[in-house]
Design a protein around this ligand. Structure first.
Ligand SMILES: Cc1cc2nc3c(=O)[nH]c(=O)nc-3n(C[C@H](O)[C@H](O)[C@H](O)COP(=O)(O)O)c2cc1C
Length: 215
């Protein structure tokens, strides 16, 4: 692989801003693959990986997506948009594949048998499958965002969309839930202001609620 410079994660975390406008320059397949792979390598409960991603990188589809996102321009301007979804029914087809891969690399027969017994019950009686999907999809989404920024791209996140319209545009199965859209490309014009973050005093407790952590 050719040598290249990656931004350190600490710099990415400090400097990343949500990109208001992209220049539309194309992204290489190699970089896109690396970004997608970062998400697919993330952990999930039972290793069930209920995430699904639709990659959109044609002007026509991006125009339609923009319309489904309340006309937010960065959805059309990005070099690529990754529509991050969760599949409520994915486990039905994926459980045996997850077990097959696990068995190849150290999962015991005992664990495999209990997974076969527990997973269908766990998922089908889950009180909030949307929340379950969301937590997994957003881990993978965040890894893709950070990998893209590490490779020198700029990113935008979108939760302002009409879910039904996106499902129509992308022809998504009924079991899919759209979670968020990740735009990737190069910033055009000035970056967004840094809105700052709440202090640790306000958001992190130690031991019990209300007791600020002292670091
Ligand atoms: C999951 C998620 C969804 C978002 N959706 C939108 C959106 O639909 N439209 C928008 O303008 N910004 C959206 N944002 C960007 C946030 O407003 C932005 O991240 C936040 O103000 C903090 O700014 P920063 O990312 O530049 O630090 C979203 C961010 C996240 C993480």
């Amino acid at each position: 692989m050719a040598s290249r410079t990656e931004k350190p994660l600490s710099e990415v975390i400090e400097q990343r801003r949500d990109t208001p406008s992209f220049d539309g320059a194309p992204i290489s397949d190699a970089d896109l693959k690396e970004i997608l792979d970062a998400g697919l390598k993330m952990p999930s409960g039972f290793n069930l990986q209920p995430w699904r991603f639709v990659v959109v990188r044609t002007p026509e589809l991006q125009r339609k997506l923009r319309a489904a996102c309340f006309n937010q321009p960065n959805v059309e301007e990005a070099s690529v948009v990754i529509v991050a979804c969760g599949d409520k029914d994915g486990w039905r087809g994926d459980m045996e594949e997850m077990i097959r891969m696990g068995r190849e690399s150290g999962m015991t027969e005992n664990y495999a048998e209990s997974a076969r017994a527990i997973i269908p019950e766990f998922v089908s009686s889950h009180p909030n499958l949307s929340a379950w999907l969301n937590r997994h999809v957003m881990i993978a989404f965040t890894a893709m965002m950070l990998m893209a920024e590490t490779l020198g791209y700029d990113t935008s996140s979108t939760e302002g969309y009409d879910s039904e319209k996106i499902c129509q545009v992308l022809n998504l199965p009924i079991s899919y839930e759209v979670v968020a859209l990740l735009g990737i490309g190069r910033l055009r014009g000035p970056d967004k202001y840094n809105g700052g973050r709440f202090s640790m005093q306000r958001t992190v407790f130690e031991g019990e609620y209300g007791k600020p952590i002292k670091l």
